[in-house]
Each structure stands twice: as C-alpha cells, then as structure tokens.
Design a protein around this ligand. Structure first.
Ligand code: 13P
Ligand code: SF4
Length: 317
C-alpha cells in the first residue's frame, strides 16, 4: 500500500462511513499523522477521545492508549490498526506487582503513568501523563506517601521538581527513551552550543541534561524537559535556530511542521519505537475496512480504572 492521495481519500471516506474519528500519536509514521483528524500527545488524545461525538475511535498509537479511550468511553467502538502494538514501559509493571508494592506501603496514593495496562490502572488512584505528572503529584496532600510507577526517569524528574521525599519510584523504563543516554547528549550539545535541548522526561539523559546545565556546559535556559505536546508549544516560541530533540524520532515530523525555519536534530536517530511503527498505511486501511482490531476492557476493570483516568484528564487543564 502506497500512502498516496488515493489511499488518503479512501482512509477518510471509510472513516466517515464508520462515523470514526482518527487519532494519531506524535510518534506515528508521518503519513499516519498527516491523515489523522487529530495528532497529539497522550493527554491531548485522551481528552479528545473522551469528548468526541463519533461512535468509533480509531487509535493510531499503542495498545494502552486505545484501552484508555475505551475505559473513558465504554459505549464507543475503539479500534487499533494492529493490536500487537504494545509498549515496553507498560510491560514493566503488572497488576500483581503493583498490589504487592501497595501492601508494603499501606495508605500510599498510587500515581500511574498512562503507559500502563488497564489492569494496572484498576489498582491506581490517579493516572498522569508526561505533561501533567508534576501537577498530579502536587495535587496530593504533602503528608501522604506516593507510589509512582512505572517510569523511573519520569519519576526522578517529578521528584526533582516537587522536592518530595515521600515519593517512591518503580524501576521501569521505556527501551526507546532509556537508550537516549547522557554521553550522547553531552557530545551533541558540545557540537551545537547554541541549540536548545528538548528532552522528554522518559529519557535516560534527562538527569544528565540538568547536570550539563548545572555545570554551565549548556546555558540553563536552553535545557527544556517537555512532553511531546509541550515540545510543539516550545518550538513555536523559542528564538533558537537549532534544537536537539531527545525523544522518539516520529516527533520530528510535527516539530518541523510547527516551525519549518528551525533545524531540528535527533539526539539519537535510532530512537524509533517499533510498536508505534506497526501502525502502517496498510494496517490502517485494513482496520477501517474490516473493523479490526477491536479493543475491549472487561467491565469490572474499566470501572475500577475510570476514576483514575478521569482525574488525569481533569488535572492541568
Ligand atoms: P507523551 O505523548 O505524553 O509525551 O508520551 C510519550 C510516550 O512515550 C507515549 O508512548
Ligand atoms: Fe512505549 Fe516507549 Fe514506545 Fe512510548 S516509545 S510506546 S513508552 S515503548
């Protein structure tokens, strides 16, 4: 399947026929981002999924994102073009492990990153994404212990920003972001001294970036720890003529569209998520033609996870 004008037309025609809204995450292939009705970060897409009046949601992203949409809108049909599109970060904690962790910290508030399975969300008090994690943790009374899972780098970032000592962090990680490391960032930053650094908080290099700023190797105002959606906002307002981007490489497409005059470069150009890239033009066409793969969440799990997801979309509006 070639993602040409005829493909695009057919995708949009079939979407209309199914009364479907097409959502694409910022890490999707460029042609998928361009055909979608909405492209954005995890939080923005969750909000659109919850408020859309379409009877079907086609989620071009990974499985936990489609599950989250289904939890929020059980009456809607939620489709994902390839249900094998998983997430190494979501796989780094199971509901069983979370139950054991909770048993060790009775009374603690559980904050789970949205990159978790529905079963983990069912054990969670409030979910967050990278764009509102700090606000979510700040909304919890100071004297309550917090269990933050599953991403250790985002957890470390939240702990640093909030200064909260009673925040316990699970040792999970995303294989793509963990692979964007400090030495690579330091080398690229030294070669491009005027460039801004846009760093996703899931990255292994987020701490190193702040260290570089602390040491004066990079001016502090050039180091920005941002979710994918916030990177787009920053791209529109920065005065820098070049930006080093530390996140999954799909992000470069939206950044270049938002600010064509800026030279955006990946800190690690091998940082591609194979799960995100399973959503191919052929898979999207099959999904719309056959109504597959349908994402379901059993009623009890969805009910138990719904409040946590609703709190997430309400915080940081
Ligand atoms: P955001 O879009 O919330 O920044 O999430 C990044 C991510 O890794 C999603 O898989
Ligand atoms: Fe999961 Fe990482 Fe892929 Fe995002 S980039 S979907 S966190 S494996």
């Amino acid at each position: 399947v070639t993602p040409d004008a005829a493909w695009r037309e057919e995708v949009l025609r079939l979407a209309e026929e199914r009364d479907a809204v097409l959502l694409a995450h910022n890490y999707q292939l460029p042609e998928i981002q361009d055909v979608a009705h909405h492209t954005g970060d995890s939080l923005a897409l969750s909000r659109i999924a919850a408020s859309s009046t379409a009877s079907t949601i086609v989620f071009c992203g990974v499985h936990f994102m489609a599950e989250t949409a289904k939890i929020l809108s059980p009456e809607k049909t939620v489709l994902i073009p390839d249900e094998r599109a998983g997430c190494s970060l979501a796989d780094s904690i199971t509901a069983e492990q979370l139950r054991e962790w909770k048993a060790q910290h009775p009374g603690a508030v559980v904050v789970s990153y949205v990159n978790t399975t529905a079963a983990v969300k069912a054990e969670t008090d409030v979910c967050c994404t990278s764009s509102n994690a700090v606000d979510v943790v700040r909304s919890i009374p100071e004297d309550r212990e917090v269990l933050f899972c599953p991403d250790q780098f985002l957890g470390a970032h939240v702990k640093r920003v909030t200064g909260r000592e009673n925040l316990h962090i699970w040792a999970g990680e995303c294989h793509v972001h963990a692979g964007i490391n400090g030495p690579e960032l330091a080398e690229k930053a030294a070669a491009n001294p005027d460039a801004d650094l846009f760093i996703h908080p899931e990255c292994g290099c987020a701490t190193s970036a702040l260290y570089l700023a602390g040491e004066g190797a990079v001016p502090a105002d050039q180091v920005k720890i941002l979710s994918t959606g916030d990177m787009l906002t920053a791209a529109r307002s920065t005065n820098a003529s070049s930006v080093l981007v530390a996140t999954e490489v799909g992000m470069l497409h939206q950044l270049r569209r938002a600010a064509p005059e800026i030279d955006f470069r990946a800190v690690n150009d091998r940082a591609s998520c194979r799960y995100m890239k399973m959503i191919t033009p052929a898979a999207l066409l099959r999904c719309l033609r056959e109504g597959l793969d349908e994402v379901t969440v059993d009623q009890e799990t969805a009910e138990r996870g719904r409040d946590a997801v609703r709190r997430m979309i309400a915080i940081g509006q």
